[in-house]
Design a protein. Structure first.
Length: 263
């Protein structure tokens, strides 16, 4: 018995339905884009090396009581936090600089999903950087007692890990928000570092700005996540500063991406 094959009648066309990529798949694609370029790959490598360098310096400096897992891990975050926003900027602006957005939006016309995937990919990269610093801190805590008089304490809670993760995710998302708002890699990098720094300087020099700076100075409100007490006021200050430096450019940038003409 031969198999029967159904052939569409001549002149008829059946629409081909293709499943749109899911958000996790889009996020994986954006992750690949972020680290497959030379700039992205070497930036992530530099972040890992900076974290390692911070840990190595801590092994040979400071008091013996400070050479423990928590301090090694915390000390590595400052260098990471300085560079991670650039990762977020590149993740967003890279395609606009290389003019490959037309291909991306042709494959997924719903631009808001692309924006969400880029933000999610940036957050995953921040988590990866934190994970790398955990590894360096653990290795340092094993090595330090052998070559120094370190205490080698392993005391560290999940609350501390959550704070650090939140700190780094906030940093990278602020960078992404600047990238969305400006859609230019050099301009976004320059303004990301210049504007908050200028606000910090003005807040410290002008007495009338001292109180507003306590609520709008991003460096102050986020540093409390690493080494401060998270009171209700501290959370309020963090939320207020993020409304200015994260939410506002993110909303403006998303609106710009949704309305921009892609060439």
């Amino acid at each position: 018995m031969s198999a029967l094959t159904t052939v569409p009648a001549a002149g008829t066309h059946r629409p081909v339905r293709t499943a749109r990529p899911s958000l996790p798949r889009l996020t994986l694609v954006e992750l690949r884009k972020a680290i497959n370029t030379r700039a992205g790959f070497w930036l992530m490598a530099v972040i890992a090396l900076v974290a390692l360098a911070m840990v190595v310096v801590q092994i040979f400096t400071g008091d013996a009581a400070d050479r423990n897992f928590a301090d090694f891990f915390g000390g590595a975050q400052l260098g990471i936090g300085l560079l991670l926003p650039v990762v977020g900027i590149l993740a967003v602006t890279g395609e606009w600089s290389q003019r490959t957005t037309l291909t991306t939006f042709a494959l997924e016309p719903r631009r808001e999903r692309i924006v969400t995937a880029k933000l999610a990919a940036s957050a995953v990269l921040a988590a990866a950087a934190v994970a790398a610093s955990l590894v360096w801190a653990a290795l340092a805590n094993l090595l330090a007692p052998v070559i120094t008089d370190a205490s080698a304490s392993w005391e560290f809670g999940f609350e501390g890990l959550g704070r650090v993760l939140l700190f780094q995710v906030v940093n990278v998302l602020v960078g992404s928000a600047f990238g969305l708002a400006l859609l230019s890699t050099p301009l976004a990098i320059v303004l990301y570092f210049v504007l908050p720094t200028a606000w910090t300087i003005l807040g410290s020099l002008i007495s009338a700005l001292k109180t507003p700076a306590e609520w709008l100075d991003l460096s102050t409100t986020t540093t409390v996540l690493l080494d401060g007490e998270l009171t209700g006021e501290a959370w309020g200050q963090l939320g207020t500063s993020l409304a200015l430096w994260l939410a506002l450019p993110l909303v403006l940038g998303t609106m710009r991406v949704l309305r921009s003409e892609v060439k």
